[in-house]
Design a protein around this ligand. Structure first.
Ligand code: BGC
Length: 341
């Protein structure tokens, strides 16, 4: 049985109320706010039955309205990077705000993480809707978006649906930062990870995929068998993982990643319908943000598993297509399962 309760989380300028929804089962408690569809708290049990909050974030709304690295938020209209903020759809060129080096990232200056969604309680969860105007952040077409979070037992399921009035790229994900030792723990070096991907996307020095789809075989990106994150990160030339792993093509949910934290026993397993997952090991966190309970989040203090379409797909015909057309439905689901071992 999942209980769903709500309260007022805060107030935005202009008097708009931000609501918080608490979904609670026997083994998991998750809190979601209507600003940015953000997961602000996610408590799961360790092997002794003790709950800890395993996601990074802030104690107050201001943390989320200020600039921050997308803690817990839903990202859109297009998650990840679009090279030079440019693309062409239906023979028309579009120009997006440049907000990451020479590129556009995570929906632009005011992406879906920075807007107020309209929430509605549903069975075992909450459904949040948002209509993105034609031209918003440079993207074509009015896009109606519906994000549904449901909790059943130890599984948190996130479903994303969208419909557009004109052809537009769409790529929606959730950007939660996990630390299975509990948020505020120093790093994730003692976590063991596996990702079921035979290929990954190498990137250029602005983090845009080169266009190659490289086999993981024989590289440090081969995570098909579990590896310890600390020692694997140490082997990389890069400062950590920040790469898209290409998942096997399937319309059905497939297991894409598993993370095990031996000291607590916590396990996170992720299943998704998406064609890719970005493993990001919080390489850009530097301890300057004041997080929950005064925590200072340093480099590698969390990992993200952003299930998504492939970065810059709108400019790479060899990547799975991300253009949604008028009359079509975007429909993607990611399931996070929490257990102990
Ligand atoms: C990107 C990182 C970026 C982070 C926060 C991730 O999706 O891959 O490069 O730093 O989001 O913006």
């Amino acid at each position: 049985m999942t209980s769903v309760t709500s309260d007022v989380y805060g107030c935005l300028p202009g008097g708009f109320t931000v609501k918080r929804f608490c979904l609670q089962s026997e083994s998991v408690k998750v809190e979601i706010i209507s600003f940015g569809c953000i997961i602000t708290c996610l408590e799961t049990k360790d092997r002794h039955g003790n709950f800890s909050d395993i996601v990074l974030g802030f104690d107050y709304l201001e943390g989320y309205t200020n600039k921050h690295p997308y803690f817990g938020a839903v990202i859109g209209r297009v998650a990840n990077r679009i090279a030079k903020g440019r693309f062409t759809v239906d023979s028309k060129d579009y120009f997006l705000p440049i907000n990451n080096g020479p590129n556009s990232i995570h929906g632009g200056l005011k992406g879906f993480d920075k807007v107020l969604w309209t929430p509605e309680v549903v069975e075992n969860g909450v459904q949040l809707s948002y209509t993105s105007d034609d031209g918003e952040e440079g993207y074509p077409g009015e896009l109606k978006v519906l994000v549904t979070y449901t909790l059943v037992g130890n599984e948190l399921v996130v479903n994303y649906k969208a419909w557009t009035s004109k052809a537009t790229p769409v790529n929606l994900t959730n950007h939660s930062y996990f630390n299975l030792a509990g948020q505020g723990s120093e790093n994730i070096y003692d976590h063991e990870i596996s990702i079921d991907a035979d290929h990954y996307l190498p990137v250029d020095d602005t983090m845009i995929p080169t266009g190659d789809i490289n086999p993981v075989e024989g590289t440090y990106f081969d995570l098909r068998k579990p590896v310890i994150l600390g020692s694997q990160i140490a082997k990389l030339q890069e400062s950590g993982f920040d790469h898209n792993f290409c998942l096997k093509e399937s319309k059905r949910q497939q297991t894409c990643a598993r993370v095990w934290h031996n000291p607590s026993g916590r396990v996170l397993s992720v299943r998704t319908t998406q064609p890719g997952v970005q493993l990001y090991t919080a390489n850009f966190l530097d301890g300057s943000l004041k997080g929950k309970g005064g925590a200072k989040y340093g480099k590698h203090s969390a990992f993200c598993l952003e299930t998504q379409a492939w970065p810059d797909a709108v400019n790479k015909p060899q990547f799975p297509d991300i253009v949604l057309h008028c009359g079509e439905q975007y429909d993607q689901t990611t399931c996070y399962q929490f257990s102990v071992e």
